[in-house]
Design a protein around this ligand. Structure first.
Ligand code: ATP
Length: 236
């Protein structure tokens, strides 16, 4: 059984069908990329997994438990952390307080300070800025904080929505290096990205979403060499 299984998922916004029967799976320990053009339904997919949107039909199971009828806060408790598009950190709180809030649902409170140190090791920029108000961090630093906060919940899987959006090339590399290190700790990653090249270069497998349907899937190393993917998503 896959860790996360999406089966024949339909999601509508009013009369508009955003997802038209998508199915895919994420196995434990994998990094899976979901790529596709603007409006293809990538964010809709992540929001439905994390309980922010309701499915019209279909199922999403996480270790066998149905998520489509589970409230969002329970989904977080089950070990699914969401790094949303546009970051959405707590702008008026410090870096440290944002990290502490990431650990909100944890039962093992005694390990929280150790894990904050672990986040600081992984993101030295955040360590230098512990007491800085999050809203004054640069875009790249806010992205790091959003990832650090997600890690503080000790997730089994992290779903990330366009972590590279709006970042300069050096920060983009940095963020993808960090995704690699997250994978090395055994955390599963579902990654939505416009930057298909970067996403395919670190993912194990990938799914291409096209106007609400999955048009292509396979090993990331195969897709990166696929002629149609190159033309449509890699700008080659
Ligand atoms: P992008 O890469 O541009 O973020 P995406 O693949 O994440 O795109 P979604 O945000 O999932 O795409 O949107 C899928 C479709 O659903 C789009 O056609 C979008 O206009 C539509 N949509 C999204 N949110 C709403 C909403 N709240 N009301 C109506 N339609 C919506």
């Amino acid at each position: 059984m896959a860790m996360l299984e999406i089966k024949d998922l339909y999601v509508n916004y009013g009369m508009i069908a955003a997802l038209k029967g998508i199915s895919f799976e994420v196995n434990e320990g994998e990094v899976i990329a979901l790529i596709g053009a603007n409006g293809a339904g990538k964010t809709t997919t992540l929001h439905t997994i994390t309980g922010l949107l309701h499915a019209k039909s279909g199922s999403i199971t996480f270790n066998g438990v149905e998520l489509t009828k589970t409230p969002a806060h329970k989904i977080v408790e089950m070990g699914i952390a969401h790094v949303p598009e546009g970051r959405r950190i707590f702008q008026n709180l410090t870096v440290l307080d944002n990290l502490k809030l990431g650990a909100f649902t944890r039962k093992d409170k005694e390990n929280i300070s150790k894990d904050i140190e672990m986040v600081y090791e992984r993101f030295p920029r955040l360590a230098e800025r512990k007491t800085q108000i999050a809203g004054t961090l640069s875009g790249g630093e806010q992205q790091m904080l959003a990832m650090g906060r997600a890690l503080m919940s000790k997730p089994k899987i992290i779903v990330m929505d366009e972590p590279s959006m709006g970042l300069s090339p050096i920060f983009v590399s940095n963020i993808f290096d960090i995704i690699q290190t997250i994978r090395e700790t055994g955390t599963t990653v579902l990654l939505v990205e416009q930057n298909a090249k970067k996403a395919l270069s670190i993912a194990d497998r990938a799914y291409v979403l096209e106007t609400g349907k999955i048009s292509l899937s396979g090993k990331a190393s195969d897709l990166i060499n696929d002629a149609s993917v190159k033309k449509a998503y890699l700008g080659e």
